[in-house]
Design a protein around this ligand. Structure first.
Ligand code: IVH
Length: 685
């Protein structure tokens, strides 16, 4: 095999190896295979000896089987897919994962450049990148080894999809070119599904009677959030990297410099990235890319324009959700005209009612579209679309197709305008209006909401029922074992044994986990009910104010709005929830099954680090970043990324970065790892 780190393996009989010899050979094989991967997927210099590569891979598999003590998450053998998981765990990002302001019009791009001009002293240079229409992820490395990867989530917290990311060959499991390996590195990239793979996947889905994905982005997102990595490994996925979220031990002065370092470490970047300095260059890049768009092997939906200098980025700063130094110039959406055959109302997991247009199927930019969203009743009214009309639909590439407008046909009689039903089409409960949107109020008894409601009820911050994840909840509902959360408490051991993947031990554990939640404190219980607008904070406020469920149930809108921080929207939602007959029935059932809510008597000491902000820097000996963050969050604290006057503690491990110095400057208390552990154990009481 012609690559430089070709491990010199003489394939000794495995039973003749000492553990130490096996360990060394395993290590050499892992490094060699990953290097081969890097040449193939990143440098695009495929080596020819495939058969030799396969032999090395099999040898590694055999050695790992014979010496299970050397199993490792960063072994290339993990790329073929690990065992399925029950649910995806939440993780905090190493830095915020922001989005970008975007527009279609040239004028807006000029405004962006003018804004940059006015706010920088030296003329800015820009990096232009294709805007990949995929699924944004964070990938984290410590000492050059893959630690975990996460979805973007809400930008602060995402879901851990490590096991799925490992199946993508272009995600490095170890960084290359050893001399500049940072102790900590978090990078951002876009998981994409090439157009060809997308078409194939959709054909398969249709053959299996499953609905096709609307676009490659949804396909990538749907695949990456799957619970069975072996399924993910079969799919055609790729990844391109474009930003560093956080790094220690290295400073770059510009994005362009950083983009050159990424591939040296083994991260694939796009060959179309450019550095430029004027609007004319940006426009010609945009035009070129628009022209090439159909030929590019994956979907791109615009050009991202980024200020190159990191010093200038710093001066420009960020808004709440997007940086001031970047802008996306989107391509025009793809459009088509077809006939609207019907408007149906769909009930989502949150109870939101969405009018959906059923269309005569039409090909829009290579994808067959037969449904399009109409967002809400207000949208239908404004656009005045009616069943039978000819309509223009658009697929922006990144969203579900939408109905843009109706095309007038003067001589054709039209049907009546659409009206939103006053009762939920799924369960019959009253429909509530909230601005332009409509919601079903039958939360606890409405089929599409039951499944979502159970997952929420069981989730960590709610009742924390271990072993009751998404898959299990789905299975329970599908098998008719539960119709609402009260049914959970009636499940027998025998019934739990009917669930997919459950054996006596796991069923007993789940049974006990459910029974263990029969006496929840009021605040947790309120949050667990999933009442609209009642998040953890509001639940706590309500619980502390009203003390018992009885008192809260009896509260009218005025009693509620009299409580600080409770506005009319929350008040209406709470009152309506308890007024709904079906919800009342489920609550009675819960009590009938022995659930007893603990009233609030003064403060409970369950979240001792409530409101405390932590920053981590350097390497911890006993925790990964994620484990440390989890511990803090379990105790009510928050992990933030940069040190400011509002930071409560900076935890410094080995080789701390600049955050440590900044903490000193700002007189923010710093903790060693041992002090951090002491704080955790004190907090746990
Ligand atoms: S940079 C702080 N660069 O587009 C800026 N994003 O809202 C972070 N995207 O969700 C993003 N291609 O997932 C950046 N070359 C690119 C990108 C890109 C696609 C995605 C990203 C984000 C969305 C914009």
């Amino acid at each position: 095999m012609d690559f430089k780190k070709d491990p010199q393996v003489d394939f000794k009989e495995i039973q003749d190896l000492t553990p130490e010899q096996a360990r060394q050979e395993i290590e050499a094989l892992r490094e060699g295979i990953e290097y081969h991967n890097y040449l193939y997927y990143v440098k695009n210099e495929p080596v020819t000896a495939d058969a030799r590569f396969d032999a090395l891979f099999r040898r590694l598999q055999e050695l790992e089987e014979a010496f299970p003590q050397f199993q490792s998450d960063v072994s290339p053998t993990r790329r073929v897919g690990a065992a399925p998981v029950d649910e995806l765990k939440r993780v905090a990002h190493a830095g915020p994962m922001l989005s970008i302001n975007a527009a279609l019009e040239e004028k807006q791009v000029q405004n962006f450049l003018d804004f940059i001009d006015r706010n920088t002293t030296q003329e800015a240079r820009y990096v232009l990148e294709p805007k990949f229409d995929g699924f944004s992820v964070e990938v984290v490395y410590e000492q050059g080894l893959f630690q975990y990867g996460a979805t973007r989530g809400d930008g602060r917290m995402g879901e851990d999809i490590s096991q799925n990311l490992r199946t993508i060959n272009a995600v490095p499991l170890r960084l290359q070119n050893g001399e500049r390996i940072p102790p900590f590195l978090s990078v951002r990239g876009e998981v994409i599904m090439p157009k060809a793979g997308f078409q194939r996947l959709n054909r398969e889905r249709v053959q299996n009677g499953e609905p096709p994905f609307a676009n490659p982005r949804n396909a990538a997102a749907g695949t990456m959030r799957r619970l069975d990595p072996r399924e993910v490994a079969k799919k055609d996925l790729d990844i391109l990297f474009y930003e560093i979220i956080s790094v220690e031990g290295i400073r770059f002065s510009s994005h362009w410099e950083m983009l050159h370092q990424l591939p040296r470490w083994g991260f694939r970047t796009d060959a179309r990235n450019r550095l430029c300095a004027s609007f004319e260059e940006i426009r010609s890049y945009y035009q070129d890319l628009t022209a090439q768009r159909e030929q590019v092997e994956y979907e791109i939906d615009g050009v991202v324009i980024k200020v190159d200098s990191y010093a200038q980025r710093e001066t420009l700063g960020t808004r709440h959700r997007s940086p001031r130094w970047a802008f996306a110039w989107k391509f025009p959406p793809k459009e088509e005209i077809t006939r609207l055959e019907d408007i149906v109302v769909q009930v989502g997991r949150t109870g939101m009612l969405t009018p959906v247009a059923l269309l005569q199927p039409v090909d829009v930019g290579g994808v067959t579209v037969s449904r399009a969203t109409l967002h809400n009743a207000e949208d239908v009214r404004k656009k005045d679309v009616r069943v039978g009309d000819r309509v223009r639909i658009a697929r922006a590439g990144d969203v579900i197709p939408e109905v843009v407008e109706q095309i007038p046909e003067p001589d054709r009689p039209r049907k009546d305008p659409f009206v939103m039903p006053s009762h939920c089409p799924a369960c019959g409960a009253a429909v509530l209006k909230e601005g332009a949107y409509s919601f079903c109020s039958g939360k606890l008894n409405c089929p599409p909401q039951i499944h979502g409601g159970i997952i929420h009820y069981a989730s960590r911050d709610a009742m924390d029922i271990e072993g009751l994840g998404k898959k299990t909840a789905q299975d329970m509902v599908r098998k008719g074992l539960v119709r609402n959360i009260a049914d959970l408490y009636r499940l027998s051991l025998d019934q739990l044994l009917q669930l997919d993947g459950f054996a006596r031990k796991s069923a007993t554990q789940l049974f006990e986990a459910i029974q263990a939640t029969k006496t929840p404190p009021l605040d947790r219980f309120l949050y667990a009910l999933g009442i609209r607008h009642v998040g953890q904070r509001v639940a706590r406020i309500l619980a502390q104010e009203f003390k018992s469920l009885e008192a809260l149930k009896g509260a009218g809108p005025e009693d509620l709005t009299a409580v600080p921080e409770i506005g009319p929207e929350i008040a209406q939602s709470v009152v309506q929830f308890f007024r709904e007959r079906e919800n009342q029935k489920v609550l009675e059932d819960l009590f009938g099954s022995g659930v007893r809510i603990q009233d609030m008597k003064g403060e409970t000491r369950t979240r001792p680090l409530e409101g405390k902000r932590f920053v981590f820097t350097g390497r911890l000996a006993h925790y990964s970043r994620k484990q440390a963050a989890d511990r803090v969050e379990q105790l009510g604290g928050r992990v933030v990324f940069s040190v400011s006057g509002e930071t409560d503690y900076v935890v410094a491990g080995e080789d701390p970065g600049s955050k440590y110095a900044r903490a000193r400057d700002l007189h923010v208390p710093t903790l060693s790892e041992a002090e951090f552990e002491a704080l955790l154990s004190r907090s746990q009481g």
